[in-house]
Design a protein around this ligand. Sequence first.
Ligand code: PLP
Length: 370
Amino acid sequence: MTTTALPDLVGRPIDELPTPAVLIDVPTVRRNIAQMAQVARDFGVALRPHWKTSKCAEVARMQLEAGAVGLTAATAAEVEALVDAGIGDVFWAYPPVGPHRVGTALRAARRTRLIVGVDSLESARPLAEASAAEGVDVEVRLEVDTGLRRTGVDPDDALPVARRLAALPGLMLEGVFTHEGHVQGLGADPERRMEVGTAAGRLLAEVAERLRADELAPESVSVGSTAGARSAPSAAGVTEARPGTYVYGDENQVAIGTVDPADTASTVLSRVVSTQRGDPVVVDAGIKAMSSDGSLHGDGRIGTVVSDSGGVLATGYEEHGVLRGASPLRVGDLVRIRPNHACGLTNMHDHVLAVDGGIVVDVWPVLGRH
Ligand SMILES: Cc1ncc(COP(=O)(O)O)c(C=O)c1O
C-alpha cells in the first residue's frame, strides 16, 4: 500500500482493496469502547485505555469522548505522538531509563499532564535530577508487581521505595499501579481469572493503604489489562483501569474467552496467491503483515481465518502465509484473518483502513511506531 494511493481507498468496497491490508471495523470499535466505558462506570473507576493497541489518534479521541480520563502509553514514540496529536493527560507506564526517555518525559511534561511509571529509585533518579534542574515537576506512579513478575517493586518493598521516591526533588508521587498480565496467562478459566484478577487489585489497594498510613498520599490506584478488566478493578480502593487490547480484541483473547469473536475489530485482508500445493494454499499475508506474536491456542498458528472458507494461517514466511484447513479457494480469492495479538498487528503497519458495512470510510495513520 503506497501512501499516495491511500486517499483513493475511501469509499471503496473491500474486494477492491490492495492486499494485505489491516481492516478495522468501526461499529465494533465503537461498541467495544462503549462497553468498557460502562464496565469502568459500574466499578466506579476511571478508565485510561492503553493506546498501544490502536496507536490511532482517531481511536484515542473516541475513547476520550466516551469518558476516558486520558491514555496510557508504553514507548517514547507513543508519548510524543499523543502529545503532538493534541491528546493530553498521558500515563507513560514504562521506566524512564536512558537519556532519550528522560528527554521525552520532560518535553511532554511541559506540554501536557504526564505521569511516568517507575519501579525503583534507580529508574527515577535521572528523571528527578533533570526535572529539578529544569524546574519542571513530573508526576510519577510506583509500579507494584502483583504476580506477573516482570517489572514492579515487590509489594513488601513498596513503602520504603515510595518514601524515598517522594523525597526526591523534581518528582511528585501521584499513585501506584500494576499490570496484572498474569491473569491472561491463566488461559480459559473464568473462575480462576476472577480470583487472581481480584487478588491483584486487592494487593495493590493494600499497598496504597500502607502508603497512606505513612502519610504518603497515593491518589491513583491503577490496574490494567483486558483479561483482568472485569476482576481487578472490582477490588475496593482501586481507582483506575487501563485495559488496551479490548478496543480491537484478538484471537488470543478469543482463545481464553475474554473477548467474544463478534467483538473483534481488526482483521487482515489477504488474497490467495498460490494453490500449487492444494491444501495448504498460500496467501499474501505472512509474518510481516500479521506479526509473529504467538498463539494461545498452542498450535503455533499466526492467524485465524474468519471469512467463509475457514482455516488457520498455520505458518508464515515474510510475505507468504500458509493457510491450512480452508474450504477450496482459488487464486485471487480474498480471506480475512484475525491476528493472534491486535497490538502486535497494529505495530506492523503505517495505516489501517477503517471500514463500515464493507466500505472503507477512513484511513487512519498508525502513529508512534518507532
Ligand atoms: C503497563 C500496562 N498496562 C496496561 C496494559 C494493557 O493490557 P491489555 O493489552 O491486556 O489490555 C499493558 C499491556 O501490556 C501494560 O503493559
